[in-house]
Design a binder for this molecule. Structure first.
Ligand SMILES: Cc1cc2nc3c(=O)[nH]c(=O)nc-3n(C[C@H](O)[C@H](O)[C@H](O)COP(=O)(O)OP(=O)(O)OC[C@H]3O[C@@H](n4cnc5c(N)ncnc54)[C@H](O)[C@@H]3O)c2cc1C
Length: 399
């Protein structure tokens, strides 16, 4: 009997985790990963904060809450087995005023409901024991929140899949997905073709376009949000031991500018969240007129823009003015001087938006016959990738 052929579109951490999971299945299908770039992991997977989120923020019972908790357990074990970077540096979420403290109390309730281990509520003295240079009125400490390098993890996952027989084809930009009986013809922009019994779409910033090629509906659409980073000069890196986060604004799905220790010893500041005018628009000057047209002609987006005008202006000011960006960071670590802050590379988040302009917070999947579409895999999908892979492979019904 011939083995079913599964094509995974997208060589980011989610596609790589799915490919590895498929390579462990019995009976093992034939697997091909196709990636449009010359090498995998170049987009969200290689341009993020590197934080293994412990599950503080997510609605209890949601896919993000359950898959991130399971993902942390699996990722920790995987990194240990494969000797990959994984360091439980711990996280402080810091409240600066009374209103933030109230929101932080609500966050603590949520984090406990999600089963985040080792949580502690700290006052100003307690928080300084954890982060000697930080200030704040109160803080929630999550000692098991960790850091890793998701690009390195993704490369290891793909290498595991490849050594079990998965073929990885780079430079293959999927431009057509045609249903042919029970099979799917996967076409590349340069005319190459593959035939698959099942297809998994893990295209990140292009998730909606790929889903539409497979015959799925247009919603949710992907709206790209650039996250700009700075970094601390080596002489100031001692000012941050682990991870320092603000109390998130509950109206917005992003976590706010944070200070992040990296596995290479550096400290990142950011990311902010500014609407990007290109899906892979890492520089402010990157503009894709198609994306701009899509945004301004979308009623949902216009509704979102009206509702979030204030936050948007605040983020744009932080983007245009380095001074404003650094001042935000200095409210948590006042000893950071403007001269200590250097530019760093940006990332772009794939954030799904529903037709009514609501940002989709949870992971979202859909299925069109033999095609499984991952329609929304925002943060913490890198943390949750191994658990997402289990769910996806289960839903493929490989028999
Ligand atoms: C600024 C920023 C900070 C973040 N911080 C964190 C964090 O600290 N912790 C965390 O857990 N998560 C974080 N995230 C989220 C995390 O990075 C993503 O959820 C995760 O990387 C998604 O992985 P992916 O494989 O779905 O997408 P991607 O890594 O974007 O991969 C998708 C791949 O699909 C390919 N592709 C697209 N279209 C096609 C096509 N037509 N044909 C072939 N290939 C195609 C792309 O080239 C790409 O390689 C952050 C994200 C950003 C942007």
């Amino acid at each position: 009997m011939t083995r079913p052929h599964v094509v995974v579109v997208g060589g980011g951490i989610v596609g790589s985790a799915v490919a590895r999971r498929l390579s462990l299945a019995t009976p093992r299908p034939e697997v091909t990963v196709v990636e449009k770039e010359a090498s995998p992991g170049r987009h969200q997977t290689g341009r993020n904060s590197g934080v293994v989120h412990a599950g503080l923020y997510y609605e209890p019972g949601s896919a993000r809450a359950t898959l991130s908790r399971e993902g942390v357990r699996r990722l920790r074990r995987y990194c240990t087995e494969r000797a990959l970077p994984y360091d439980e540096v711990g996280k402080l979420v810091v409240a600066l005023d009374e209103a933030q403290e109230e929101r932080l109390r609500a966050l603590e309730v949520r984090a406990r409901a999600n089963g985040v281990p080792g949580l502690r509520w700290l006052g100003p003295e307690g928080l300084r024991e954890v982060e000697p240079h930080a200030v704040g009125r109160a803080a929630l400490h999550s000692p098991t929140t960790a850091i890793t390098d998701f690009a390195v993890v993704a490369a290891a996952l793909l290498a595991d899949a490849a050594s079990a027989g998965t073929e990885v084809v780079t430079g293959f930009e999927v431009s057509g997905l045609d249903h042919r009986g029970s099979r799917v013809e996967v076409r590349a922009a340069d005319g190459r073709r593959l035939f698959a019994d099942r297809v998994v779409l893990a295209g990140g910033l292009h998730a909606d376009r790929l889903a539409r090629l497979a015959g799925d509906g247009p919603d949710p659409a992907i709206v790209p949000f650039r996250g700009e980073y700075h970094r601390l000069a080596p002489s100031a890196e001692h000012l941050v031991r682990g991870l320092l986060y603000p109390v998130p604004d509950p109206r917005y799905p992003f976590l706010g500018v944070h200070l992040t220790r990296r596995v290479d010893g550096g400290v990142l500041l950011g990311p902010n969240a500014v609407l990007a005018t290109a899906r892979e628009g890492y520089r402010r000057r990157d503009v894709d007129l198609g994306v701009v047209r899509e945004l301004v002609s979308s009623r949902g987006f216009l509704r979102f823009a009206r509702a979030n005008l204030r936050t948007g202006v605040h983020e744009v000011l932080g983007s245009l003015s380095r001074h404003a960006f650094v001042e935000r960071v200095r409210s948590y670590v006042p000893e950071i001087r403007h001269a200590d802050v250097l530019p760093a590379a940006a990332g772009v988040r794939a954030q799904a938006m529903d037709r009514d302009g609501a940002l989709v917070e949870d992971f979202r999947f859909s299925r069109v016959g033999p095609v499984l579409c991952i329609r929304n895999a925002p943060s913490p999908a890198a943390t949750a990738s191994l658990a997402i892979a289990d769910l996806v492979v289960d839903r493929l019904d490989l028999g």
